[in-house]
Design a protein around this ligand. Structure first.
Ligand SMILES: [Fe+2]
Ligand SMILES: [Fe+2]
Length: 331
């Protein structure tokens, strides 16, 4: 199931009841584009009252948020602006393209696999759409790689997960960690001006989409755990703890991956942390970068209904680290 294009990775075939969204054939005019951009960032439910985690209302409105903030861009009509030789060289040299393409490839399959196991039609539809959007991210990246002549390693086969819930948890929490840093990195790249603004614009919808994804994930997790019986809940929490251990292990660089030929691929799983410097000529301290990640995180979530839960682990950890660093400095 490797190397499938958007049209070929048939989320609809994998997930009963899901049909792929219709996308406009042409690039929308600037007014329609601006409306879609606004729509994808701002959403408040018309339902009154609190969203009690695990309630029918919480589940329904989470899924409604995800459907109604869908951004209907088509990868094949995106702009790939011509780059100055220095910018092109810098982009081609970034060590992220293999892992980025493969991460999207894995995410779409794992999300589809878990979605297919769900009885709740609303949640199944939302997760299926998320899987489909990951497939679209993969296509965006493939088109960019082709446009700029970036060489990729061959992709390993994407394997249907044996434990779909585990695979979905790993993907979801990974996205929470990576997106938090990616929001900051993206802003560093935008401010530095070393990439043309048109290229930043092309990627902006993908960034915001990751924000929607982790918003969906955080609410799915709260909804799901609140509906479990006590013993299933214990099993689930142990699984979540194991996922965090696994992610830590992966990020200290112990995880190895093999490509289709069986050659070891050196992936920098910490790129989002280490990569800030390669995005800019301006010196940025770790402290400044952490603060930027926090403010970008807040800004990207600001437009969504405050009754929906936000992913909290990364912002909390980083706030804690900042307080610790500030305390040390004062001493
Ligand atoms: Fe993605
Ligand atoms: Fe995602």
């Amino acid at each position: 199931m490797s190397n499938l294009a958007l049209e070929e990775f048939d989320t609809a075939r994998l997930i009963p009841g899901f049909s792929a969204p219709e996308l406009p054939r042409e690039r929308p005019d600037p007014v329609a584009l601006a409306a879609a951009e606004h729509n994808t960032r701002n959403w408040t439910s018309a339902e009154p009252g609190p969203f009690k985690p695990g309630s029918g209302l919480h589940g329904r409105e989470t899924c409604r948020m995800f459907r109604e903030t869908f951004n209907p861009y088509r990868p094949s009509v995106l702009d790939w602006p011509e780059l100055e030789p220095a910018a092109l060289k810098r982009i081609v040299a970034l060590p992220i393209w293999d892992i980025a393409v493969q991460t999207e490839g894995k995410a779409r399959l794992r999300m589809a696999a878990y979605a297919a196991t769900l009885d709740d039609a609303d949640m199944r539809g939302a997760l299926a759409l998320n899987a489909w959007e990951e497939s679209r991210h993969k296509e965006v990246l493939s088109r960019m790689v082709a446009a700029y002549g970036i060489g990729l390693a061959s992709e390993p086969p994407y394997v249907w997960p044996r434990d779909a819930e585990w695979a979905y948890l790993v993907t979801g929490y990974s996205e929470c960690v990576d997106s938090f840093f990616a929001f900051g990195l993206f802003e560093v790249a935008r401010r530095s001006g070393i990439f043309p603004p048109e290229l930043i614009d092309t990627f902006e919808p993908v960034m915001q989409e990751e924000c929607r994804h982790i918003l969906l994930f955080a609410n799915w997790a709260a909804w799901h755990r609140a509906r479990l019986s006590w013993w299933r809940r214990i099993r689930f929490e142990l699984k979540v703890a194991a996922v965090w251990v696994f992610l830590g292990w992966e990020r200290i660089g112990l995880a190895r991956t093999l490509d289709a030929e069986g050659n070891e691929q050196k992936h920098d799983n910490n790129f989002t942390v280490n990569g800030a410097q390669s995005m800019t000529d301006v010196d940025i301290s770790v402290l400044e970068f952490m603060r930027l990640c926090l403010s970008e995180n807040d800004r990207r979530f600001a437009g969504y209904d405050v009754r929906l839960l936000r992913p909290e682990t990364m912002p909390r950890l980083v706030r804690f680290a900042l307080r610790f660093i500030r305390g040390k400095k004062r001493q």
